[in-house]
Design a protein around this ligand. Structure first.
Ligand code: FAD
Length: 408
């Protein structure tokens, strides 16, 4: 591994790291991503994702939004219902698309990851686990766990929730905060009439809820979410359920409205992946003069607003914009990036956490009040406020480098 001195070092080959390399390339800035995994393992967390209007606009800024037509399915409606039957709210995502100037897509995470890594090409090095780095006035020297070293003018930590780069920047920070939720994810195939295309359905119970939607390849992604108490009642520890997850899920969700039980039944035991949900308390800074963070490494958030990957994409584009407009003054560029990103990322992470606390409630009286509130006020209050907060991105115009222009 050589690493060239003028190449920005991006640590991590997830959605944040790969988008950062592509955004920097669009700005005419050389960068390379380093990923600890020896092969890309895209499915490890979240097999399905919603790429919302804000991230589509961000990808449009670097000419990549149209690739989503190849791998995703356009989302038309977002429905909330109670497990006792009956709708709670029904949002038109198509109206949102008109208002915000971009559609939203459901995509398979592996497909998105594959698309990004193919575009990145040789600027991704696998089997490179960052262990440490040292920053000086000219650049950053990064050391990998096998003793190899590279040097670059800047280091971008895109290494996820348990980021090594972040740990070196903030050695006294406590570990990520367990949000008392475990998401058991599955992907399966179902007849189209049982799970209509373009509709995201979120069904709320007491201490559990269930999400499902179709992906671009017509498979169905679902997510059975348990709070820590429900998880324990079903025989798991407070965290991930172990073996026998499908049977445990059928005990909880077996009598829920169709097609919830059928989705679980149609999914093989080894195709169900439990993932514990974490976030972090916000910090006031995440950069030095030559090191910064992006994606979950910068501000991890719970999945309750479906914005983690969307914010990772936005952050990557804004970072490249700041670096391309600041010339040689990289410290000023990183400070500008931080100013533009921290407030927005923190607001969304906080809203997401609050949303998670409400969703995982299990007291029947509290849940009935929540459902009643959703029936009468969700369309007006939450749709307007949360939708606006998350979708109103400030990504703005991007000075496309000639090599990346849409016509090339
Ligand atoms: C169940 C679930 C559902 C979700 N749904 C949505 C959704 O609908 N919409 C949405 O926007 N978000 C969603 N998210 C959140 C989203 O998955 C994350 O926010 C997003 O993947 C973050 O991307 P990232 O690249 O920052 O981090 P990661 O995906 O964690 O990537 C980090 C990469 O860095 C590598 N790495 C780590 N340490 C090192 C090291 N020391 N050296 C080198 N490489 C290293 C890792 O191997 C990994 O490949 C969901 C999450 C979950 C768990």
């Amino acid at each position: 591994m050589t690493g060239e001195h003028d190449e920005i070092v991006v640590m991590g080959g997830g959605i944040a790291g790969l988008t950062t390399v592509l955004a920097l390339r669009a700005a005419g800035i050389r960068a390379r991503a380093y990923e600890r995994a020896p092969v890309l393992r895209a499915a490890a967390s979240g097999n399905g994702l919603v790429i919302w209007h804000n991230a589509v606009l961000a990808l449009r800024a670097i000419g990549l939004d149209t690739h989503l037509d190849d791998i995703g399915a356009k989302l038309r409606r977002y429905r909330f219902r109670s497990r006792r039957g009956g709708g709670l709210a029904d949002w038109s995502v198509e109206d949102g698309a008109r208002r915000h100037g971009a559609p939203a897509y459901t995509v398979s995470r592996p497909a998105l990851h594959r698309m990004l890594s193919e575009l990145v090409g040789d600027d991704l090095v696998l089997g490179a686990r960052c262990e440490d780095f040292a920053e000086d006035t000219d650049g950053v020297t990064v050391r990998f766990d096998d003793g190899r070293e590279i040097r670059g003018p800047l280091l971008v930590g895109a290494d996820g929730l348990r980021s090594t780069v972040r740990r070196r920047l903030m050695p006294y920070e406590p570990p990520p905060h367990y949000a008392k939720m475990t998401a058991c994810q599955g992907t399966t195939r179902m007849p189209l009439d049982k799970v209509p295309a373009g509709v995201f359905v979120n069904t709320f119970g007491e201490g559990s809820w269930f999400v499902y939607y179709r992906l671009g390849d017509d498979s169905v992604y679902w997510d059975a979410v348990l709070n820590d108490r429900t998880s324990r009642r079903l025989g798991g520890s407070a965290r991930s359920l172990g073996l026998g997850t499908r049977e445990a899920l059928l005990r909880e969700f077996g009598h829920w409205p169709a097609p919830v039980p059928a989705l679980i039944q149609a999914t093989g035991e080894d195709e169900i992946l439990p993932v514990d949900i974490y976030d972090r308390d916000p910090v006031e800074r995440w950069s030095t003069d030559r090191v910064t963070l992006v994606g979950d490494a910068a501000q991890p958030m719970t999945f309750n607003l479906g914005q983690g990957a969307n914010q990772a994409i936005e952050g990557a584009i804004v970072l490249a914009q700041c670096l391309s407009s600041a010339g040689d003054d990289t410290a000023a560029a990183l400070a500008a990036y931080e100013r533009r990103r921290i407030g927005r990322a923190v607001r969304i992470a906080r809203r997401s956490r609050t949303n998670g606390v409400l969703s995982r409630r299990r007291n029947p009286v509290v849940c009935r009040s929540r459902d009643a509130f959703m029936r009468v006020a969700f369309d007006r209050l939450v749709y307007r406020k949360t939708y606006q907060l998350t979708m109103d991105t400030d990504v703005g115009d991007f000075p496309l480098h000639p090599r990346m222009s849409k016509s090339s």
